[in-house]
Design a protein around this ligand. Structure first.
Ligand SMILES: Cc1cc2nc3c(=O)[nH]c(=O)nc-3n(C[C@H](O)[C@H](O)[C@H](O)COP(=O)(O)OP(=O)(O)OC[C@H]3O[C@@H](n4cnc5c(N)ncnc54)[C@H](O)[C@@H]3O)c2cc1C
Length: 421
């Protein structure tokens, strides 16, 4: 049959690959000039250090089996570097202590007292026994507090990885997703918490290589093809995705792999009403090395996570250090305009890690980076079934049980294609 996938993010790409496996003839329609959706390399500008900055540092984990198998399928496993969990954390005085995998590593984490570390171990054991689905009506912070966790321990331990994983702090995020993430990544089998970092620009993996892999399997990829309408054909004609140009791309099966509001519009359904949560990334080149480890968190700072992009991608600059700073779920940073956000973030780094001169900078604001996984959001995450039997829904925001991640996107695409089988 002819299958049409609308949306060329990771959900659409994975749906297309699955539909090919089922034997269909697949066309993928993407509005932008590139595949990858939320996973992009910024258009190159004069003066950018190599490689050009991404729209935001993306990190996967060892437990992201679907994403890792997708990378393999598109021939990009070597573009991902896997390393055991080791998260260096700098406190307000610039002292470093790391969070590693396992109870022994936890006992060595010095930014909380020994008593507090034991409290973390106890809370983790208790979380391991909870059913995520039973806790979507409260925040993860509320569950942690009920298990005897103080605000200080939430700030100095839990939020170090809950905030980037859920794109909200523990006190705002649904406990369902907090519990799921801790159980799946931190308490999962050996290797589940491994960090998986792209060592190539995101665009090389999720646009160029994905496009080549899709084409090699016979998928027709059409870029710059925005779908304005999904038209039901009736008795005389086939159903079709109608492009802005008026061109009809006909098919028997359709996957709508779009963000929630856009998908609802095409399907003629009410908007599921999921809020957005932003990510702001600031790319900086300093005249000297500020950061020893390849990545680190800063406690009590809007510069929440810092990545040594030069070193991670194998391109340390001839002079100084090329860093990417990520601030997750901080809507107030979206309002800090122009040079001010660079000065703010660069200032937080130099205050914490030592003086340095800024040589280059670039900012990437993603106001709709993910949906805001607040308590109550599970009911708004829809499954693959739509009002039309030959149309399935996908997207990292759909009801996969995962937070809005690359893993969720890949799973959702496969689920949508299987639903149509
Ligand atoms: C800055 C940033 C950092 C992130 N960090 C991480 C991370 O570290 N780890 C992680 O796992 N996840 C991370 N995420 C989240 C992850 O990237 C997304 O959840 C995931 O990629 C979404 O994939 P998707 O295919 O569901 O949706 P999208 O990527 O949004 O894809 C939808 C596609 O549909 C296209 N489209 C829209 N309307 C139409 C139309 N009418 N016709 C045709 N095409 C249309 C869009 O152009 C887009 O390409 C991050 C996201 C951002 C923005």
């Amino acid at each position: 049959m002819r299958a049409v996938v609308v949306g060329g993010g990771l959900a659409g790409a994975s749906a297309a690959l699955e539909l090919v496996r089922q034997g269909h003839t697949v066309t993928l329609l993407e509005a932008r000039p590139t595949l990858g959706g939320a996973v992009q390399t910024l258009p190159e500008r004069d003066g950018d250090p190599p490689p050009p900055p991404d729209n935001g540092q993306h990190v996967a984990l060892g437990c992201c089996a679907a994403y890792l198998s997708f990378a393999e399928e598109i021939g990009q496993s070597a573009a991902l570097q896997r390393r055991p969990l080791w998260l260096p954390v700098y406190d307000e005085a610039g002292r470093m202590s790391a969070i590693g995998a396992g109870p022994l590593a936890l006992l060595r984490y010095r930014h909380i007292t020994l008593r507090e570390r034991i409290q973390v171990a106890r809370a983790s054991l208790a979380i391991g026994k909870l059913d995520p689905a039973a806790h979507d009506d409260e925040s993860f912070g509320a569950v942690l507090r009920r298990l005897g966790t103080s605000s200080r321990v939430i700030d100095r331990f839990w939020d170090v990885f809950v905030r980037p994983a859920l794109n909200l702090p523990s006190d705002e995020a649904s406990a369902a997703l907090g519990i799921f993430t801790v159980k799946t990544a931190l308490l999962g089998p050996r290797g589940a918490s491994d960090l998986v970092l792209p060592v190539q620009p995101l665009g090389a993996i999720h646009h160029t290589a994905t496009q080549q892999a899709l084409a090699a399997r016979g998928v027709t990829v059409r870029l710059g093809a925005r779908v304005a309408e999904l038209a039901a054909g009736g008795a005389a004609a086939a159903d079709a995705a109608v492009l802005d140009s008026g061109e009809r791309v006909e098919g028997e099966l359709f996957v709508v792999a779009l963000p929630p509001a856009e998908g609802a519009r095409l399907l003629g359904e009410p908007d599921p009403g999921l809020e957005d949560s932003p990510i702001v990334s600031v790319h900086l080149q300093f005249d000297r090395e500020l950061l020893g480890p390849p990545l680190a968190a800063l406690l009590g700072s809007q510069a929440q996570w810092v990545f040594d992009r030069g070193r991670i991608t194998g391109h340390p600059p001839a002079r100084g250090q090329y860093l990417t700073v990520v601030a997750s779920g901080v809507p107030e940073l979206l309002d800090v305009r122009g040079r001010n956000v660079v000065d703010l973030i660069a200032g937080e780094l130099t205050a914490r890690l030592g003086p340095a001169e800024l040589l280059w900078s670039r900012v990437s604001r993603e106001p709709r980076a993910t949906f805001a996984c607040r308590p109550g959001s599970a009911a708004r995450r829809l499954g693959p079934a739509t009002g039309r039997p030959n149309v399935a829904r996908a997207g990292s925001w759909t009801a996969t049980g995962w937070p809005a991640t690359m893993e969720s996107a890949i799973i959702s695409g496969r689920v949508a294609a299987s639903y149509l089988a």
